[in-house]
Ligand binder design. Structure first.
Ligand code: FUB
Length: 457
């Protein structure tokens, strides 16, 4: 009941919701090809890692994030990269992770040594890894450039299906071990009835391009995919009464939207009673068709199970929970970040790095409860003195709660905890802003690294 009250309070608090601008949801890295996975009370988000400025999708690693509230995302770093797959040479492209019997299977695609694209699988004991190449070789390695964009679903009878493909859509039935398959690779026939059109067909027809997302909901199977309109990818979908078709084209989900990206690639989940579409756009500062970022829209299925047309928004979803500030919160749990990035090392794990003057972190829907905190603690590391961490609520220039003047701590990776008094009373649900400031700082130099924070009372 108490939890329900807090969530309701969070959803009703206009102070922070009015200013919210969540999309793209990650601002510290470029995060294309989002693949969400619901597990218990959290959503895990698996993405690629774009490097804008490159003239193609020359990508080298994959990333993982998680959230319990759909707005504050915790960065778990990059557990796998091309280096994790001895057979992979380039193009760390779209991927999806799924759980079976307590193990996590992360299906990826990459360019293999024979210059084709191939699908591999890494396995881990937790959704954030560590992960290890399960086979030491690709799972799908036909001499084919179409072997990209794996999507996987385990049906209610336990049979798992792996779909994938660019231009062509293929599937296999995975064995229970999830790292082998039985039977032939089957190509799904493409017709106007199944996917809106055929490649090379008339210009006004939709067509399956890539990025399939296969799932089941209320006894119906869905295949969302990147279709094509005006030389740009849209998101379209088909449904079926069986996991292997026949598929029936149902139309476009995301069409003619100003994403600024040639590609689109999505995933759909239900979480805490709502439905969410994950997709990518090129709207993060410095982005472009090779600098794409995950964005999210919530939506409601029509009564007959069809998916409505969905427009992109800057706001994204509303909070589906609150943050407890009296427990350690990782600094890399972020709704919005400016002028900073994240890094990881063996000792500390992931932390907020590359912090520059004028930047900030926004954490949404922080529930201070009925009794105000008296002190604030942060774990910070600085190779040079002069940085200041200010804590505000409601906006980056809103009421100041605390301020830490950060001395040299012995190095940029030498984290020390600092505790300061809270100088203004705060109760209830607020957005918290960490403002990055400095005293006599040469323009552009980094201030400090930030590992975690909490309030005490
Ligand atoms: O990110 C590289 C490729 O671009 C993906 O594999 C495709 O789905 C498209 O998004």
């Amino acid at each position: 009941m108490k939890k329900l009250f807090s969530v309701t309070a969070a959803l009703c608090c206009s102070l922070w919701s009015a200013q919210a601008q969540n999309n793209p949801v990650i601002q510290t890295h470029y995060t294309p090809d989002p693949a969400p996975m619901v597990r218990k009370d959290s959503v895990y988000l698996y993405t690629g890692d774009d490097i804008p400025g490159y003239p193609f999708y020359y990508m080298t690693k994959w990333r993982v994030y998680s959230t319990a509230d759909m707005v504050n995302w915790t960065d778990h770093g990059s557990p796998i990269s091309l280096e994790s797959f001895s057979w992979a040479v380039d193009r760390a492209w779209a991927a999806q992770c799924i759980e079976r019997n307590g193990k996590f299977y992360w299906y990826i695609c990459a360019q293999s040594k024979d210059n084709n694209m191939a699908i591999g699988v890494a396995v881990g004991d937790s959704p954030t890894g560590p992960f290890k190449d399960a086979l030491g070789k690709p799972l799908i390695a036909t001499p084919n450039w179409s072997n990209i964009d794996p999507t996987v679903h385990i049906d209610s009878d336990g049979q798992a299906y792996l779909y994938w493909g660019n231009g062509h859509l293929y599937y296999v039935k995975l064995n229970e071990d999830m790292i082998s398959y039985t039977g032939d690779i089957t190509e799904v026939p493409q017709t106007a009835e199944s996917f809106g059109g055929v490649r090379g067909g008339t210009n006004n027809q939709d067509v399956y391009i890539e990025g399939p997302w296969f799932y089941k909901r209320n006894q119906q199977y869905y295949m969302m995919y990147a279709g094509m309109e005006n030389r740009t990818e849209c998101l379209s979908y088909a449904t079926s009464q069986s996991p292997t078709g026949p598929w029936q084209y149902k139309g476009k989900i995301m069409s003619k939207q100003p994403t600024n990206s040639f590609t689109n690639h999505g995933g759909i989940i239900d979480f805490k009673g709502k439905s969410y579409l994950f997709y990518h756009n090129a709207l993060l500062k410095g982005g472009g068709s090779y600098g794409r970022s995950t964005a999210i829209e919530s939506f409601t299925y029509n009564a007959d199970g069809t998916i409505p047309a969905i427009s992109i928004s800057a706001e994204g979803p509303a909070p589906a929970g609150v943050i407890n500030p009296y427990k350690r919160v990782e600094a890399e749990t972020i709704a919005k970040a400016e002028n900073c990035s994240t890094s990881q090392d063996e000792q500390t794990g992931v932390y907020v790095s590359d912090i520059r003057t004028g930047g900030y972190l926004r954490i949404r829907a922080v529930d201070f409860g009925k009794t105000a905190p008296t002190s604030f603690t942060a774990s910070l590391a600085a190779g040079l003195a002069g940085g200041i961490l200010e804590v505000h609520v409601d906006s980056v220039g809103g009421t100041k709660l605390a301020s830490i003047i950060v001395p040299r701590t012995g190095g940029w990776q030498s984290f020390k905890t600092f505790t300061e008094k809270v100088t203004a009373p705060v109760t209830g649900v607020h957005d918290v802003f960490f403002a990055f400031k400095g005293q006599n700082i040469t323009a552009g130099r980094k201030l400090y690294n930030f590992d975690y924070w909490k309030f005490e009372r």
